[in-house]
Ligand binder design. Structure first.
Ligand SMILES: [Zn+2]
Ligand SMILES: [Zn+2]
Length: 275
């Protein structure tokens, strides 16, 4: 199917391997990833249950690692006891970081209500998002982990909080879709970005330009599977082997070899996550 990589292997730094989309063929998926040179996969937690599942998968499969965290769209359901679960999980074997955490102002509550009715719910939800974001940044700092940041339509608030943690916790702005200037803004604060299959989309000119201009020391690759399958699988279920297609697109955009992308992104991932 694919030519063998000469030296380095590719790391899918953001997958939701525990999701039920993969229940029927998880072992085949891991095998396909390995065959495509995607030899390490980080399964990302989004709440207490998925975080526990990610850790379990990581402990069962040599090529899998986990992060643990509560996603901003999960904060209305999150309990203080979930935080205690996270606290325990961060000490487990094969946990590589904390996440995904951050702000999501795209998926806010009250969509079915009038703006006046929704306003207090939205305000309350935003307060909860910030509460959980900070709580988990503190947890990461305490355990010397870096964090996976989910940011959607909340750029200013995310940077406002992250500025306070500068020098204590580094973050990867995952599924990066912004401009080169935005990338440089977070990189200047000691953070990284990572690219998904979005960079293969026709309408992704801005992020493709970012991918061309950014230094190789500042980005990683990911799938965010089961979402965001790259071309030519767009719209279908995404899976970790697609990281190779993301890496191939980066090689094309930057006029370098696939091996070079594999080497640089793996090096960045190794210095950012705890493997
Ligand atoms: Zn995300
Ligand atoms: Zn995700």
């Amino acid at each position: 199917m694919t030519a063998k990589l000469r030296s380095e292997m590719i790391i899918d730094t953001h997958a939701h391997l525990d999701y039920s989309d993969f229940d029927l063929d998880r072992l085949e998926i891991l095998k396909r990833a390995e065959e495509a040179g995607v030899t390490r996969i980080i399964s990302i937690g989004t709440n207490a249950v998925t975080s526990s599942n990610a850790v379990k998968l990581a402990q069962e499969h040599p090529s899998v690692w986990a992060t643990v965290g509560i996603h901003p769209t999960e904060v209305d359901e999150a309990l203080e006891s979930d935080y205690e679960i996270l606290r325990k999980l961060v000490g487990e074997r094969k946990v590589a970081g904390v996440g995904e955490i951050g702000f999501d102002y795209h998926h806010l509550p009250g969509k079915e209500l009038t703006p006046d009715e929704a306003a207090p719910l939205i305000a309350q939800n935003k307060v909860r998002q910030e509460y959980w974001f900070r709580k988990q940044l503190d947890l990461a700092a305490e355990h010397q982990f870096n964090v996976v940041i989910h940011q959607r339509e909340a750029w200013e608030d995310t940077l406002r909080v992250m500025r306070e943690y500068q020098g204590k916790v580094r973050g990867v702005y995952h599924c990066f879709g912004g401009s080169y200037e935005q990338a440089m803004e977070v990189i200047a604060m000691g953070n990284l970005i990572s690219f998904t299959g979005i960079i293969t989309f026709k309408n992704a000119k801005q992020v493709q330009e970012t991918a061309q201009r950014i230094s190789a020391d500042h980005f990683m690759v990911e799938t965010d599977c089961p979402y965001l399958a790259p071309v030519p699988h767009r719209g279908k279920r995404c899976e970790p082997f697609h990281t190779r297609l993301v890496a191939e697109k980066l090689a094309e955009l930057r006029s370098v070899s696939l091996d070079e992308i594999a080497r640089s992104t793996s090096k960045v991932a190794e210095s950012f996550f705890r493997f």
